[in-house]
Ligand binder design. Structure first.
Ligand SMILES: [Zn+2]
Length: 122
């Protein structure tokens, strides 16, 4: 199994968020009795975190993996600079590219904008 650390990090943050939300709901509902307020707090938590978790586990943006390398020659403008290469997204895998194409920061931003327009990520 490959762990996506961005996804894992977000998931840990999401658990931190659930504590104050559920505690807050519990305080508001305390007059209803412990069992009823626990049921409603869990229901509200479920309604919120179903969507949050769905985003965390299915977001294509979180799948993107970039390789960063110093002193590359940008394939677009020829500048020698720190370069970036998009290695992997959901429907794009260049992990074993024999001739990796690096781009300077400026051209990477331009290029990733083009990829978005072509529907590489959503
Ligand atoms: Zn460039």
């Amino acid at each position: 199994m490959q762990v996506n650390f961005k996804r894992y990090g977000l998931y840990l943050v999401r658990w931190q968020l659930s504590t104050p939300i559920l505690a807050g709901v519990g305080i508001v509902l305390v007059s209803m009795g412990q069992l009823a307020s626990a049921i409603i707090a869990n229901l509200i938590g479920g309604l919120i975190f179903f969507w949050v978790d769905q985003f965390i586990f299915t977001s294509h943006t979180l799948d993107s993996q970039w390789e960063v390398k110093e002193n590359i020659t940008c394939v677009d403008c020829g500048k020698t600079a720190r370069g970036y290469r998009l290695v992997r997204t959901k429907d794009y895998d260049r992990t074993d590219d024999p001739e990796p194409e690096f781009r300077c920061e400026e051209c990477s931003i331009k290029k990733s904008g083009e990829l978005k327009e072509q529907g590489f990520h959503h």
